[in-house]
Design a protein around this ligand. Structure first.
Ligand SMILES: *[C@@H]1O[C@H](CO)[C@@H](O)[C@H](O)[C@H]1NC(C)=O
Ligand SMILES: *[C@@H]1O[C@H](CO)[C@@H](O)[C@H](O)[C@H]1NC(C)=O
Ligand SMILES: *[C@@H]1O[C@H](CO)[C@@H](O)[C@H](O)[C@H]1NC(C)=O
Ligand SMILES: *[C@@H]1O[C@H](CO)[C@@H](O)[C@H](O)[C@H]1NC(C)=O
Ligand SMILES: *[C@@H]1O[C@H](CO)[C@@H](O)[C@H](O)[C@H]1NC(C)=O
Ligand SMILES: *[C@@H]1O[C@H](CO)[C@@H](O)[C@H](O)[C@H]1NC(C)=O
Ligand SMILES: *[C@@H]1O[C@H](CO)[C@@H](O)[C@H](O)[C@H]1NC(C)=O
Ligand SMILES: *[C@@H]1O[C@H](CO)[C@@H](O)[C@H](O)[C@H]1NC(C)=O
Length: 666
């Protein structure tokens, strides 16, 4: 009897091929009962024998590690053994063109990585331990989102990460990682040559050349005993990440896997299901039914455009189109809050909990542009500050991208400053708004894990909440940089009058260029005039110069907004004007930082008595050149509204929401 039992057991174990010793393992499919794999996060074994690391829930991670560690070296100071592994994975993104982060084969000292983060951290590390030598982490990532933060080369790459998330070496994959098709991977490390090779293929046959090869001695990275397995994560966008089979061996070649013998993912497309039903019944009636179903689906497909599952789901950051349509009462004109070249902003009300939102509808045809935009959203969606307009979520439908923001009942600051019909703001209210915007901007520059350059600070992008607090909005042009990194050259975008003079020359958006725009905003709020008024008398064309002239003459009270009717705190107004002039200095280095600006505004330090002329350098000419060029032609705006990238889309928005003063230079 007991013999029979052992026999049965061994047959059972053999049927799910298993590791014999602890220098090797082989899983051709995964069976919950018979694997020595420990799961954490949202990973699970599916009934069909597939290991699912994540599903389409946003911002989650999934881990799967072999339960016992492997012996990777003979002694702690010895050299790491050779190893090889192969596995097959499938990534099914919720939205076909956009990945939801990625997965990584991982060697880790711990089995569950509890302090790691999802999204761009792939469930491997967190913001404070990236790059730390004590991580002892080796990972080969298959990354489907381009994170500017970690210098990712694109949104479809393979990288080798050692203790950090910025890949030590990475390469663009020559096949679509998130195509929903199985991909075979071979990873080999040779202890003598210290070469790490990564090879990928859409079939079971291994290509001759690796896609990625890095010479790196893993000995100092690996502990004597290491856990091996997989880590995966989703972000604002999500993908299902699956592993179909896995083979591993220390000091030798891992057993080869064959895609044919691995479990395969069920076909999930709804339209395919309908076809299967139709074909299985061979009668004429069924054939007719099938045709009707297909016709119905095609019609539905055409009308609704996408029958994607995510559209029907309601997640914290992803709204269904239906829901937003309902919230905005079918995008009724009555709910329109604003409009521009990019599309329209509607007011909406979401049920449960009942909140008011602003839904920005961006019409977009370019997939490339959309992709860039969404990866920006992924980063910007994580910014949180009481003086920023919070992005609550998004939805995509056909060429439309819908962005959902906190609703700002009082609209934008420029309406209060320039709209004749609107109530005018008192000085106290203005000062509070200025302080709020300054603290929001300080957060962007210094308070976040990266430096965020807003690039489009102006009165129409300052929104006012119910208590008339100033909040920065419209991050469509924002750029993110590592602290300490040198900003890269980009297209010059922004709005004339707020555009730092060095920008067209250097092409580099910096914290200093944001400070310049903030200076223009300060003067605007104090004077109740736009930074550049083309229709004004010539000497009043540029607000900064006008304020400076009055300053020199000692007639600064002349510049204060007449609609304040003389009711203001003279000391505060004086400080704001001075600060506006300091921030508007043409020489970037002489502008204060936002930290200093906030300290001035809070009265912690006094503004200097003597000011430098804002336009004391040659840059002046460059700037004037641009003003003149603009005034003689409006072609910048045209250019912006036709091209495909996000910056342009927003530039054209800017052009409508203020004067046609937006500018976009390739
Ligand atoms: C799981 O581990 C145990 C003990 O280490 C071993 O006897 C068994 O064969 C392993 N099973 C599989 C499927 O690897
Ligand atoms: C994903 O998996 C988790 C846990 O297994 C579950 O709670 C969640 O509903 C799933 N989400 C989707 C979109 O299937
Ligand atoms: C590790 O130690 C074992 C036994 O002591 C020895 O047989 C083996 O050659 C050593 N391996 C390496 C790579 O040094
Ligand atoms: C390596 O460490 C062992 C003890 O773990 C020690 O006996 C040996 O001398 C060390 N070898 C070298 C080369 O440092
Ligand atoms: C990051 O991970 C490390 C361990 O690697 C942990 O000590 C630290 O507390 C984590 N930090 C956060 C903010 O979770
Ligand atoms: C690296 O991590 C260790 C232990 O978690 C910590 O003591 C050390 O300060 C970290 N080093 C850096 C540069 O963060
Ligand atoms: C490469 O790996 C080492 C680990 O030894 C790490 O310190 C370094 O920062 C990595 N280089 C890059 C460019 O990420
Ligand atoms: C890695 O690839 C190179 C070819 O690029 C090959 O010469 C080398 O033998 C490979 N090493 C391993 C460990 O597979």
């Amino acid at each position: 009897m007991s013999h029979l039992f052992i026999l049965l057991c061994s047959i059972f174990f053999l049927s799910i091929p298993s590791s014999s010793q602890l220098d090797e393992l082989f899983y051709s499919g995964f069976n919950e009962l018979n694997t020595n794999i420990t799961l954490s996060g949202i990973s699970e074994f599916q009934k069909n024998g597939i290991l699912r690391l994540t599903n389409e829930t946003s911002r989650k991670m999934g881990h799967a590690f072999h339960t016992s560690p492997f012996h990777f070296k003979n002694s702690s100071n010895g050299s790491a053994f050779s190893f090889s592994t192969s596995f097959a994975f499938v990534i099914v993104p919720e939205y076909p063109k956009l990945g939801g982060h990625g997965l990584a084969f991982t060697l880790s000292p711990s089995i569950d990585l509890p302090t790691a983060l999802p999204s761009q951290y792939l469930g491997l590390l967190n913001a404070s331990d990236i790059g730390n030598f004590s991580n002892h982490l080796f990972a080969v990532e298959f990354d489907t989102v381009q994170d500017f933060e970690f210098g990712d080369i694109n949104d479809n790459h393979v990288g080798i990460n050692i203790n950090t998330m910025a890949s030590n070496k990475s390469v663009a994959a020559d096949l679509n990682l998130k195509g929903g098709k199985p991909i075979m991977v071979w990873i080999e490390y040779d202890s003598i040559t210290t070469l790490i090779n990564v090879t990928i293929s859409p079939s079971s046959s291994k290509p001759r050349l690796p896609i990625l090869s890095l010479k790196f001695d893993l000995s100092p990275i690996l502990h004597e005993w290491m856990f091996i397995g997989f880590s995966s994560s989703t972000g604002l966008l999500a993908s299902s990440h699956y592993v179909l089979g896995w083979s591993f061996k220390i000091n030798g070649a891992s057993k080869s896997l064959s895609l044919n013998s691995l479990p395969s993912l069920p076909v999930i497309k709804k339209i395919d299901k309908a076809l299967v039903i139709g074909v299985s019944g061979s009668s004429f009636v069924f054939l007719v039914a099938m045709i009707l179903i297909v016709a119905y689906l095609i019609r539905k497909f055409k009308n609704r455009d996408v029958i994607e599952e995510w559209e029907l789901e309601i997640g914290p950051h992803r709204y269904s189109y239906k829901e937003l349509k309902k919230a905005t009462r079918g995008f009724k004109d009555k709910e329109l809050l604003g409009a521009g070249g990019f599309g329209k902003v509607y007011k909406g009300t979401l049920p449960n909990p009942k909140i008011q939102v602003a839904v920005k509808r961006i019409s977009h045809n370019s997939k490339q542009g959309l992709r860039e935009f969404v990866s920006e959203i992924a980063s910007i969606g994580r910014l949180r500050h009481r003086n920023l307009v919070q992005l609550l979520g998004w939805c995509r439908r056909r060429g439309d991208l819908l962005l959902v923001y906190d609703f700002m009942p009082n609209g934008s600051l420029d309406r209060f400053l320039f709209d004749e019909q609107n109530q005018k703001l008192s000085w106290e209210q203005r000062f509070k708004i200025i302080k709020g915007v300054a603290s929001g901007l300080l957060y962007l520059h210094e308070g976040y894990e990266q430096i965020v350059i807003h690039r489009d600070i102006k009165a129409s992008n300052v929104l006012l909440d119910g208590e008339l607090n100033g909040r920065l909005g419209d991050f469509g042009l924002a750029r993110l940089y590592e602290h300490g990194a040198n900003p890269s050259t980009t297209r010059v975008v922004g709005t004339l009058g707020y555009l730092a003079p060095e920008l067209p020359r250097t092409g580099k958006a910096t914290t200093g260029s944001d400070v310049f725009a903030f200076g223009a905003l300060l003067l605007e709020v104090a004077c109740g005039r736009r930074p550049i008024e083309p229709k004004a008398a010539p000497e009043e064309l540029v607000l900064v110069d006008w304020v400076w002239d009055n300053w020199k003459e000692g007639t600064f009270l002349n510049v204060v907004d007449p609609s304040l009717k003389g009711e203001f705190d003279e000391i505060e107004v004086l400080m704001v004007l001075k600060l506006g002039l300091m921030c508007s200095n043409n020489v970037a280095l002489t502008r204060p930082s936002m930290r200093q600006v906030v300290r001035y505004l809070e009265g912690e330090i006094d503004v200097p008595e003597v000011l430098q002329a804002p336009s004391s350098s040659d840059d002046d000419q460059v700037f004037d050149g641009f003003v003149n060029q603009y005034l003689s032609s409006s072609s910048f705006v045209e250019k912006g509204s036709n091209s495909s990238t996000v910056g342009d889309v927003n530039a054209s928005f800017a052009s409508i929401s203020t004067l046609p003063l937006s500018l976009c230079i390739e």
